[in-house]
Design a protein around this ligand. Structure first.
Ligand code: AMP
Ligand code: ZN
Length: 489
């Protein structure tokens, strides 16, 4: 019998036993990407971490008992700016659809390579969907409904065609949490943070936008609250609306929950640690005030940040990597494995050395494990994961199986974890073909170097040697006049 599931909860700041509201309908929401550009390797962290949680919950509660919602944010001012830049002259709505469509497709291809379950992998034709990937633009009605409810309760107001959430009004409502309680910020602190550049239509510096009027370059929908000018939603309201639609309203007739106050509450809400404030604080404010609940979700989980070779990842430092770029150098499973070597709440230092070690381990396990069933067959593995997704411990348990020559067991667990999705032969062939692509380039460089040497152009020959070195290729000039090479990995 495996141990009880325990999860660290940002709401209580402690690791607690997980008690689902309805064990037959465990409900999980994770804030997904804003689709305006390639996702970077930091964005892959919540995707992989919550994919793992989804897999574990399906194992513990049953495949039909878990619903996972991971949204796509396809309305955002960054998207508008990108559409104007990339598609000049195109009608603006069309340009926005081009940007979001292309980015979403790329995102799916990237994360599929990371061994992440997709809706089509888990949804069955005759069952309610268990994995929903809603788009914000398809939930404008729900956003307007929540905004109208907030206005009716006095928690939001209209000013200069905007709708704003009123933080001070929330403090006077009963049955809802206090604003700031979730992120543990006092109003004084929040106020001093918010005082920079306050929009003139705000009654209070801390108030945040639920809806704003659209200019000619912005996507626009009919506004709520009798506002004549068409407008668009703020970011935070999108998640409140999508979570409500797919985890509350969709379960209205299915939920057997003992506590009637829990009707509008779901089980787990996740995202990166940077979302605690303001995004999750504001989601909670909106949902709790609209539905008069003490909580939006029972458990809040946040992954730590990813940094690269000990430094913050940023474009200006030149250490910014998209998932797509990394997939050109490493199999997706190596990226996935490397991500899981660090506990999800710790910061992770993403290094080439770590990737090399990850690849070495997977090379070995591909050889050993062979093909076979896909299931969490070892209590030790499930126990490690049940302890707040303790993946370093889980990997130690996998190494122990390897050491005991329990290779069938090793393989079954690895497949359940999203690894070894192909046989060892296919793995080797794929790695080889990645090298072959390089091979053509390497051969061309070697030929150019030979030519440079023949014409005694030493600087050019040195430059080419450096270029080869940068590709991690070691060149050897043999006594018989031939040149051979190998990849130094
Ligand atoms: P964004 O598109 O910036 O809203 O981010 C999408 C998701 O990726 C959010 O859950 C963020 O918290 C998460 N995220 C962004 N950057 C990083 C990072 N460097 N490390 C870990 N998670 C990140
Ligand atoms: Zn969100």
């Amino acid at each position: 019998m495996a141990a009880k599931l325990r999860l660290y909860n940002t709401l209580t700041r402690s690791k607690d036993d997980f008690v689902p509201i309805d064990p037959e309908n465990v409900r999980l929401y994770v804030c997904g990407p804003t689709v305006y550009d390639y996702a970077h390797i930091g964005n892959a962290r919540p995707i992989i971490v919550f994919d793992l949680l989804f897999r574990l919950l399906r194992h513990v509660y049953g495949k039909q008992a878990v619903t996972y919602v991971r949204n796509i944010t396809d309305v955002d001012d960054k998207i508008n700016a990108r559409a104007a830049r990339d598609c000049p002259g195109m009608p603006h709505n069309e340009a926005i659809r081009v940007v979001t469509g292309k980015t979403e497709e790329q995102f799916h291809a990237d994360i599929r390579a990371l061994g992440v379950l997709m809706p089509e992998d888990v949804n069955e034709a005759d069952q309610p969907p268990r994995f929903v990937e809603p788009r914000a633009t398809e939930h404008i009605d729900e956003m307007r409904m929540i905004i109208e409810r907030l206005i009716a309760r006095g928690a939001a107001y209209v000013a200069e065609e905007h709708v704003l959430f009123s933080v001070s009004a929330m403090q006077n409502l009963s049955g809802v949490p206090k604003y700031g309680a979730f992120s543990k910020r006092s109003l004084d602190e929040l106020l001093s943070g918010a005082r920079v550049d306050v929009a003139p239509y705000k009654r209070d510096a801390m108030d945040f936008v639920l809806w704003k009027p659209s200019g000619p370059q912005d996507p626009a929908w009919a506004s709520p609250a009798g506002i004549q000018t068409p407008g668009r939603p703020g970011w935070h309201i999108e998640c409140s609306a999508m979570a409500w639609r797919h985890l509350v309203q969709a379960f209205e007739t299915r939920l057997t929950c003992a506590d009637p106050n829990a009707r509008e509450i779901f089980d787990i809400h996740g995202g990166g640690i940077d979302l605690v404030f303001p995004h999750h604080e504001n989601e909670i404010a909106q949902s709790c005030c609209a539905f008069e609940t003490p909580r939006m979700a029972n458990v809040w989980m946040h992954n730590g940040f990813l940094q690269v070779e000990g430094e913050k990842m940023s474009k200006s430092l030149g250490n910014f990597f998209t998932i797509n770029e990394l997939l050109q150098d490493w199999p997706g499973e190596v990226l996935r494995f490397n991500m899981l070597r660090t506990h999800y709440r710790q910061p992770i230092d993403w290094t080439v050395k770590g990737l090399e070690e990850s690849e070495k381990t997977l090379d070995r396990w591909y050889e050993l494990a062979g093909r076979g069933e896909t299931a969490f067959v070892s209590d030790h593995i499930v126990d490690a994961l049940s302890d707040d997704l303790n993946t370093p411990k889980m990997l130690a348990e996998l190494h122990a199986l390897d050491g005991q020559s329990a290779h069938e067991e090793l393989g079954a667990n690895l497949r359940a974890l999203g690894f070894l999705l192909e046989g060892a032969e296919a793995w080797k062939a794929r790695k080889q073909s990645a090298l072959n692509v390089d091979a053509a380039q390497v051969q061309a460089l070697i030929a150019a170097r030979k030519e440079a040497r023949a014409s005694k152009n030493w600087p050019e020959s040195d430059r080419i040697r450096d270029e080869l070195a940068a590709l991690n290729v070691v060149v050897k000039d043999n006594k018989d006049g031939t040149t051979t090479w190998e990849v130094a990995r």
